[in-house]
Design a protein around this ligand. Structure first.
Ligand SMILES: [Zn+2]
Length: 256
């Protein structure tokens, strides 16, 4: 069918992908690889458009064909064949034939389950994860300070090494919490608190974060806690539950 001859292209991470046929294209839409703001194009379109703007671009195809066929007939969204509307099912602006309907419904429910499972970590679950991490960090700092303190008591030291030791002691909060989050997030994508709640930090394209991103995210978290933790609170109002440091580092916190 003509519908299957359509060659689609789309832009992912700044790179043009394709060509893919209509069926592959619909799969990518269902699996959210092509999202509302993804640029898409096929040979029937004048220009690249955001997917949401062409709101089911097969309508372009359907329009062309609609002129040729009786108004009471419609193209099946899934297989592209023409059927009488009265024998078809409607889902949003899409018409599905009797034959394709079971498969379509199955795919649809699969994609709903998938979206549900990968939903973003909300404010409170992340808050409790953070409390667990703070508890561990305090334990480590306590152990560390005890060791440094014991050393300074047991061994007489020069004033120079005393300054070093004093700084190691006073700034331990800063570098212990940095090591803690950079090592865990860089290696596992999550701190122990996040692991406990099955949360994972990923890049916005859902790939694993690097140590560099982990470090950037840790230090931009200081910004989030400045000004009454507004950087954290904005996650409540964000659809993807992004904090300020998520936005700065282009990361997401997902549930798995
Ligand atoms: Zn069909």
């Amino acid at each position: 069918m003509q519908n299957n001859n359509i060659q689609w292209y789309y832009v992912k991470n700044g790179i043009k992908q394709g060509p893919i046929n209509n069926e592959e294209f619909q799969d990518l839409v269902i699996n959210k690889i092509i999202e509302d703001n993804t640029l898409v194009w096929n040979q029937k379109m004048d220009n690249w458009k955001e997917y949401k703007l062409c709101n089911n671009e097969p309508s372009v195809i359907t329009e062309i064909i609609a002129e040729e066929i009786d108004n009471s007939e419609m193209y099946c969204f899934q297989c592209g064949k023409v059927f009488q509307k009265e024998k078809m099912f409607r889902y949003n602006d899409n018409w599905i034939c009797e034959e394709c309907n079971p498969v379509f419904v199955k795919n649809l429910s699969k994609s709903i389950i998938k979206t549900h499972n990968s939903e973003y970590g909300g404010f409170w679950v992340r808050y409790f994860a953070k409390m667990i991490d703070i508890f561990f960090i305090c334990l480590i700092i306590f152990a560390y300070k005890t060791i440094i303190w014991s050393i300074s008591l047991l061994y007489p030291i020069s004033s120079f090494s005393y300054i070093i030791l004093d700084n190691l002691y006073n700034y331990s909060n800063v570098f212990i919490s940095a090591f803690y989050s950079i090592i865990f997030v860089g290696k596992y994508g999550a701190t122990p608190g996040k692991m406990f709640y099955r949360l994972k930090i990923v890049n916005s394209d859902k790939t694993e974060v690097s140590y560099l991103t982990a470090a950037g995210r840790h230090f931009s978290e200081y910004l989030s806690s400045l000004i009454l933790c507004i950087g954290y609170i904005i996650a409540v109002f964000d659809l993807k539950r992004r904090t300020l440091h998520d936005r700065i580092c282009n990361t997401l916190v997902i549930r798995y």
